[in-house]
Design a binder for this molecule. Structure first.
Ligand code: RP5
Length: 166
């Protein structure tokens, strides 16, 4: 299947540079699933599969996607290159690299030149989870049912926090 194969009515595209990013980016997919946000998941590397990246980014809006979440590590060009190729909002997740613990990923994703924004999240799984939550919040601005599900999700989180440590 091509990375840009139509998958129906999908709001969020979750892409990552490598299979090795999936253990991080699964946190994005999990929270989107919990919130009932339709999404697809693809491996799209800026370095190893540049044609796939180009095809994915150029066709994303036409396929009906509304937001792209891109996770990458090291020389993390995927979010920025994707943002350069699509008018859709792109959220970037810096994957925690082995060599530099994700500092490289963070700076690669965050330090975009003025004119092509990438909304950059925290390094690692917290950033991946928050990318899903942020995408849901963006979609919820135009979707009352999703806004209610997000409110309920946050209320459950608040209720789960104990008063005292055990
Ligand atoms: C990046 O290179 C990927 O996003 C990944 O985080 C990093 C390392 O990839 P692998 O060598 O583990 O495939 O493109």
């Amino acid at each position: 299947m091509s990375a840009a194969t139509p998958t129906g009515d999908v709001d969020v595209g979750v892409i990552m540079g490598s299979q090795s990013d999936w253990s991080t980016m699964t946190a994005t997919s999990e929270v989107l699933t919990e919130l009932g946000v339709s999404h697809e998941v693809r491996i799209v590397s800026a370095h190893r599969t540049p044609d796939r990246m180009y095809d994915y980014a150029k066709t994303a809006k036409g396929r009906g996607l509304k937001i792209i979440i891109a996770g990458a590590g090291g020389a993390a060009h995927l979010p920025g290159m994707t943002a350069a190729l699509t008018p859709l909002p792109v959220l970037g997740v810096p994957v925690q690299s082995k060599a530099l613990s994700g500092q490289d990923s963070l700076l690669s994703i965050a330090q975009m030149p003025g004119g092509i924004p990438v909304g950059t999240l925290a390094i690692g799984k917290a950033g991946a989870k928050n990318a899903g939550l942020l995408a849901a919040a963006m979609l919820a601005a135009f979707d009352d049912a999703l806004a209610e599900r997000l409110d309920a999700w946050r209320a459950r989180q608040t209720e789960s926090v104990a008063d005292q440590p055990e």
